[in-house]
Write a protein that binds this ligand. Structure first.
Ligand SMILES: NC(=O)c1ccc[n+]([C@@H]2O[C@H](COP(=O)([O-])OP(=O)(O)OC[C@H]3O[C@@H](n4cnc5c(N)ncnc54)[C@H](OP(=O)(O)O)[C@@H]3O)[C@@H](O)[C@H]2O)c1
Length: 217
């Protein structure tokens, strides 16, 4: 598939930094947040002519790929219909202090990205960019084949969608390590070995294998 426009639902630390990265690589971006497009004028000005702001519905409709990058507690606000059939990248993490307690996540019956997939049943959710600090998105990327290139984990239930996101990561400067389906996304949740530090693909594979459930930590 040809990706020309990336929609962003959420324009905070990660959303705005992904928008910068996307624009640097020649993509059009449509950014959105909860307060409305008028609150994103400064960001759009900074991003330049490839960027515009919209409502969350407009960002969802405009994106060939759409990134959901908002606090987990608010994912039920994400528009469903305009995302049907689309690849949706989920950067989300669960922080009970911020998100409130969610029983299914506390018991680890589901993963965060499975919750978003449940909310967006006709979309192809791919977990990505959840374990890198926002600022490092634009500092740590390197061309394919660079020695010790940084790698990032993806997870998803749709192989074709994961291939598209793998290509996007590669273009943005990162190797991709596939953790498997969304239900395996817990292997890169907070407090796992791969969550946060700079890792190569080989290191990250070891981190995924070494991850332990919260109950076993
Ligand atoms: N910060 C990081 O380095 C980092 C790294 C990896 C993953 N993450 C994860 O990525 C997610 C986003 O993190 P962040 O640090 O970027 O958060 P953030 O800086 O707090 O930004 C959150 C963004 O989401 C928007 N938002 C909140 N509720 C919304 C809603 N109902 N509809 C539309 N937009 C809404 C906010 O818009 P308003 O301001 O208008 O409400 C804001 O633009 C979190 O799950 C976080 O754990 C963060």
């Amino acid at each position: 598939m040809t990706v020309k426009t990336i929609g962003l639902i959420g324009a905070g630390h990660i959303g705005s930094q992904l928008a910068r990265l996307a624009v640097q690589h020649g993509y059009e971006v449509v950014v959105s947040n909860s307060r409305g497009p008028d609150t994103l004028n400064d960001l759009v000005r900074e991003l330049g002519p490839r960027a515009r702001a919209g409502t969350t519905e407009q960002a969802a409709a405009a994106g060939d790929i759409v990134v959901v990058t908002i606090p987990l507690k608010n994912i039920s606000d994400v528009p469903v219909e305009p995302l049907a059939g689309k690849i949706v990248i989920d950067t989300g993490n669960y922080y009970p202090q911020r998100d409130g307690h969610i029983a299914e996540l506390d018991s680890e019956e589901v993963t965060t990205s499975e919750l978003l997939q449940r909310h967006l049943p006709a979309s192809k959710v791919v977990k990505a960019f959840n374990h890198i600090y926002a600022a490092q998105l634009t500092t740590d990327g390197e061309p394919a084949g660079s020695k010790n290139r940084r790698a990032l984990v993806i997870a998803g239930d749709d192989a074709a969608a994961k291939a598209v996101v793998t290509n996007l990561l590669d273009e943005f400067g990162f190797d991709a390590v596939d953790a498997g389906p969304l239900k395996e996304g817990w292997r890169i949740q907070r407090d796992t070995p791969g969550y946060g530090p700079r890792r190569t693909a080989e290191e990250l594979r070891k981190d995924l294998a070494a991850a332990r459930r919260y109950a076993d930590q």
